[in-house]
Design a protein. Structure first.
Length: 265
């Protein structure tokens, strides 16, 4: 099955359902950052338990990439040639970013891949400033060592909420919480690694088989109703909410359709 980030999966469901229901209006002042997902509703699919030795190998790759980046920066400073896009990506890697990655990998190793430290925790254990940690995380994400998912939590409370856009609607308060992180091997660094550190390429027949499976999955998703798509895409409270909305849209479409006519999705 094709792998999607939670943001991509949510966007897919919302786009499909949104086309049937019309635009979703803003419910009030934004309390969380864009792209945030509710903590506890997606982590079981987002996190990946690293295999034995995987975190150590990834840290070695990052350190090799850091060395390669230093060499590339020297080439650029001397004006020997212009760096390629891939080389510029590797050259952006910093010692601070690799130190932050080292701590994230240590957390992944001891917590079976469940990594969600705060900026303050990372600053404390790495000895770096909070701003340096933030820059390091951004660099790791840009290079491809890191997948980051913003999260929010619901807190008890009610009544009106006053924000920059005025007074919002009554209901439970939501607030930003620590991000979820998953480490990956970036394609940009592979060309700068010694041959023995590069992963073996996939056989061509396996690649073709994966493409065929992706096409089948895409065709299957196009046949789903709005409710079915929501249930297949997300779980937790957000999935239930989308499924309920999708069911109402499906019922409306079925009532509007002529007898014996299937509504195109």
């Amino acid at each position: 099955m094709t792998a999607y980030t939670l943001g991509e999966a949510g966007a897919l469901a919302l786009a499909r359902i949104g086309r049937r229901a019309g635009a979703v209006r803003d419910a009030g002042p934004r309390a969380v950052l864009p792209g945030s997902r509710e903590a506890g509703t997606f982590e079981h699919e987002f996190y990946a338990n690293p295999a034995k030795g995987e975190t150590d190998q990834l840290l070695r790759v990052a350190r090799r990439a850091l060395d390669a980046g230093r060499g590339l920066r020297r080439i650029a400073r001397r004006g020997e040639r212009a760096l390629t896009a891939s080389e510029r990506t590797v050259a952006a890697l910093t010692e601070g970013a690799v130190r932050v990655l080292e701590e994230l990998l240590a957390l992944a190793r001891v917590n079976q891949g469940r990594v969600y430290p705060s900026y303050d925790h990372l600053a404390r254990v790495t000895g770096l400033g909070r701003a340096t940690v933030a820059r390091g995380l951004r660099v790791l994400e840009e290079v491809g060592f890191l997948l980051r998912q913003r999260r929010f939590v619901r807190r008890a409370g009610g009544g009106s909420v006053e924000g920059e856009r005025g007074v919002g609607h009554a209901g439970p308060r939501i607030a930003q919480t620590s991000n979820a992180y998953r480490m990956t091997l970036p394609r940009a660094v592979l060309a700068h690694l010694p041959r023995w550190m590069r992963p073996a390429p996939l056989p061509e027949d396996l690649i073709q088989h994966q493409r065929e499976r992706d096409d089948e999955q895409a065709a299957m998703r196009r046949t789903l109703t709005c409710r079915e798509l929501a249930l297949a895409t997300l779980d937790g409270p957000l999935g239930a909410m989308l499924a309920k909305l999708g069911a109402a849209i499906d019922a409306r479409d079925e009532g509007a359709a002529s007898p014996g006519t299937r509504v195109s999705r």
